[in-house]
Design a protein around this ligand. Structure first.
Ligand code: ACO
Length: 325
């Protein structure tokens, strides 16, 4: 028995923040941002629009497309590093919003790897018999942890949400293999230092801007390329797939140069690699979830196509997954 994604959904906020808008906010240029990242614009949520609101919209679309009654859902797993609150979990808020009254709910915190981690956990739950209809959501309001005066990070991030519904199947398609890994030794290279139990919120922590993302971009870049290639190869080997068998690699959408380096080293053709960061920026955990739902909607992926998901993020965390669509 396998588990299979039977439907997907996504949500992007209306408001578009362009590179020219950013030129008015920090010392940067449209040209630099496009050349160094591949990003043209990103979406920004409204002030009263929290991560659970965006996650609910994405999950609602996936439920509708899968023709699933909310009562049939056994579990909600939400990947996010920008939860509405410490608790209740964002998953519990989505469970309430959508009336998923027979479901348990929990959040997964694995930064940009969150969606692939959550899918792998849902796959294990289904295979072990712990649940049979699972809503996996990834939602991020990165704009709330972005320092809008720091040009090295504020140009990168955007808001949005994606979702997938998993169910068991006896067909020979679905999730073929997955791989999750972490290295906490490099945690300080990509971190929001304050707001938790280590540095609780205080006037001082706000003054020092310690509630915003601090990132050593260069270091993250190098490890991200290495680890996304490594995890792709691990899941491809386990699933018995060669490069020529891959219809689409969906890598974490952080930087076009990272994606190009991965594609080149994996010898993938341009049409085998999905890119949407030009329109969304880096939406952390939501990035692969939005991409998958978009590729599904546009019919870029069809029944029985082999797909590889590859993620990398804060922690450090990384993960890969091979699926037959
Ligand atoms: N506009 C203009 N100049 C800039 C900007 C900007 N927005 N940002 C930095 N610069 C300058 C720097 O100050 C530096 O100037 P200097 O040479 O005078 O010192 C120069 O540009 C080069 O800076 P670098 O940091 O070396 O630029 P780089 O090419 O590495 O690009 C970037 C930076 C885009 C952040 C890149 O390193 C990157 O994408 N890193 C990976 C991020 C990532 O993958 N994150 C994934 C996980 S995210 C998560 O988990 C939440």
């Amino acid at each position: 028995m396998k588990s299979r994604i039977i439907s997907t959904g996504y949500y992007l906020p209306q408001k578009v923040l362009t590179n020219s808008d950013l030129e008015q906010m920090v010392d940067t240029t449209d040209k630099w941002i496009k050349q160094r990242t591949g990003i043209y614009e990103r979406r920004i949520a409204e002030q009263d629009e929290a991560s659970s609101d965006m996650g609910s919209r994405a999950a609602e679309m996936a439920l509708k497309r899968g023709n699933i009654d909310p009562k049939e859902v056994d579990a909600v797993i939400c990947a996010t590093i920008t939860p509405d609150h410490f608790f209740p979990s964002t998953a519990a808020l989505i469970q309430k919003d959508l009336g998923l009254s027979n479901a348990f709910a929990l959040d997964v915190s694995a930064a940009c790897s969150g969606f692939v981690y959550a899918l792998a956990l849902a796959d294990s739950l289904i295979k072990s018999g712990g649940a049979s209809t699972i809503v996996v959501v990834a939602t991020e309001k990165m704009s709330t942890i972005t320092d809008w005066t720091d040009r090295s990070t504020c140009i990168l991030f955007g808001d949005g949400a994606g979702a997938a519904i998993l169910r068991p199947t006896d067909e020979n398609r679905g999730i073929l293999s997955s791989h999750m890994m972490a290295d906490g030794n490099m945690g300080d290279l990509l971190i929001v230092p304050a707001g938790g139990s280590r540095i609780p919120a205080s006037t001082e922590s706000v003054k020092q801007k310690s509630h915003f993302i601090k990132m050593s971009g260069n270091e993250v870049f190098k490890v991200a390329v290495r680890k996304m290639i490594e995890s792709s190869h691990i899941v491809m080997k386990e699933a018995g797939l060669a490069t020529s068998d891959i219809r689409l690699l969906i890598p974490h959408q952080a930087n076009l140069r990272i994606i190009d380096a991965i594609s080149k080293r994996m010898r993938l053709e341009k049409d085998q690699v999905y890119v949407n960061l030009d329109r969304t920026g880096n939406t952390s955990a939501a990035s692969i979830a939005i991409s998958l739902a978009d590729a599904d909607e546009k019919k870029i992926i069809q029944k029985n196509d082999n797909i590889i998901l590859a993620s990398f993020g804060g922690g450090f965390t990384w993960a890969g997954m091979a699926l037959k669509w």
